[in-house]
Design a protein around this ligand. Sequence first.
Ligand code: APR
Length: 181
Amino acid sequence: MPQATVNRMSVHVGDITALDVDVVVNAANEALRPGGGVCGAIHRAAGPALAQACRRLGHCAPGGAVLTPGFGLKARHVIHAVGPVWHGGASGEAELLASCYRTALELAADIEAEDIAFPAISTGVFGFPPAEATDVAVATSRAWLAAHPWPRRVIFCCFDQAMGALYRASLARRTGRYRSG
Ligand code: APR
């Protein structure tokens, strides 16, 4: 259940593959291959046509994102965003992560998506510290939404309550208005 929406952003704790939204974002790898984590879950729920569509696209550099249909998902589209691998923070990781979010939001705006759900990109296998990653996600999304009408809503979808608390804290810092539900 999405909780309070502030500045068109909300936090949802649960499985991103269950969401009925225009776009779900996948935390993808450069080769756009089905992996583990949220990537594996999205590919399993979408079915093999998603991997075929990814094979046709071939590759996406870190910081970038590409769009496919959602196939078997409730979501109409998947945006595959390739986050950075964490190497300690001095290798441009934060800027690459921000670029992922911006590129995904730009693609979602191109198709006039009503809503887009992001997982906490790079915070699993790629090792990005969750507090920093959630702050990049919120700051980048807030800046985009302040300047663009699409997408209408951003949902930060996290797998557990601890990540949800980090998003709520970042939203409170960035908007001064968010209260946890
Ligand atoms: N719904 C929402 N969030 C999820 C789900 C899910 N079903 N499954 C996992 N997560 C969360 C994790 O808890 C983590 O916070 O997604 C976040 C991102 O974790 P990863 O999926 O490991 O993504 P990332 O760190 O970006 O690593 C990407 O992992 O699976 C491979 O192919 C993928 O090589 C790529 C790499």
